[in-house]
Design a protein around this ligand. Structure first.
Ligand code: FES
Ligand code: FES
Length: 159
């Protein structure tokens, strides 16, 4: 067992975790933040993406023990002050159907727009290439991220 201390969405957490527990399961089961989804558990779908020390990572590819001292943001943290412009853009551009991929898509988009506020389409596609969607055909998602970037630049808003 490992004792870990970390911050999730600004809250300090401390828990004993088994060395084999994946971060995604820690987030869902111990931190009780179920907005982060589990799709494949093998790093292929991106549904579990969170922001880990400022970067988008797949939380099924990280052990909870590796998050000791980390700052993590999940989809719940993004919406702490109402829906984030990225979430609004996904709704406005019809980039959500079943919604299973959406938290991971949104967090990958957030990681991109934090690092690059003005991505072109190729850069958006590259940033989201690790996130699979079975429903939308991706075009609306790309448009939503481009629209969110525009709104965020306009508002000077980088959360
Ligand atoms: Fe992590 Fe699919 S659940 S990549
Ligand atoms: Fe259903 Fe993307 S909206 S998997």
């Amino acid at each position: 067992m490992h004792r870990i201390k970390l911050k999730i969405n600004g809250d300090d957490l401390e828990h004993e975790v088994d060395a084999r527990v994946l971060l995604v399961h820690y987030i869902r089961e111990k931190a009780r933040l179920t907005g982060t989804h589990v799709g494949c558990d093998t790093g292929n779908c991106g549904a579990c993406t969170v922001i880990f020390n400022g970067k988008a990572v797949k939380s099924c590819m990280t052990l909870a023990a590796q998050a000791d001292g980390a700052e993590i943001m999940t989809i719940e943290g993004l919406a702490q002050n109402g829906l984030h412009p990225i979430q609004k853009a996904f709704m406005e551009k019809f980039a959500i159907q079943c919604g299973y991929c959406t938290p991971g898509m949104v967090m990958s988009a957030y990681g991109l727009l934090t690092a690059n506020p003005s991505p072109d389409e190729a850069e958006i596609r590259e940033a989201l290439e690790g996130n699979l969607c079975m429903c939308t055909g991706y075009q609306q998602i790309i448009e939503a991220v481009a629209h969110a970037a525009e709104v965020m630049r306009g508002a000077g808003k980088k959360k």
